[in-house]
Write a protein that binds this ligand. Sequence first.
Ligand SMILES: [Mg+2]
Length: 191
Amino acid sequence: MNKLTIYIDMDGVVADFDKAAREHPDFGKKGFRPDLTLDFTKLEPIEGAIESVNALVKEGHDVLFASTAPWDYPQSWAQKRIWIAKYFPKMRKKLILTARKDLLIGDILIDDHAWNGAKEFTGQWFHFGKDGMDWKYIMETIKSIMTVGKVWIKEDTLSETGVKVTEGFLSHNLRKSKNSNTSRGDYVLDN
Ligand SMILES: [Mg+2]
């Protein structure tokens, strides 16, 4: 079976940063910076995250966490390392802390924000949380990529410039089919 290289953001994707921020006693007060205050080891997992990540690993994919930790709060770097070991003990070394996610080489980046290079990631960025994209949706999409060998291509949409663009899945393990005659394009697993 072909495997995918999948990067997973932490806050807002596997760790519930927003919930911890809302529950902090200083939430709503002027100047409160949850990113420089919270104990990241205490964040609760996002619904479906643990089972989904474990399932992806079990299916043979190369799964790594790619997170941007606050630079002015170095304790958070250690806290993220501890959080991963707590919930994913076998993945404790699969953690990359970076503000340049565009430099990561892989197929899929699951991230809830475009920041820190996510939007420029050269594989497919799965915008977690947008348009109902939750773990269930992501798992079904990856399953369809692996079983059908091609993926659903999003409907044509008009870009800001009025030009029609078709979004599709194309990354280093997935290549546009040479035999495709369809205008929408089919994507196949590159063996
Ligand atoms: Mg995030």
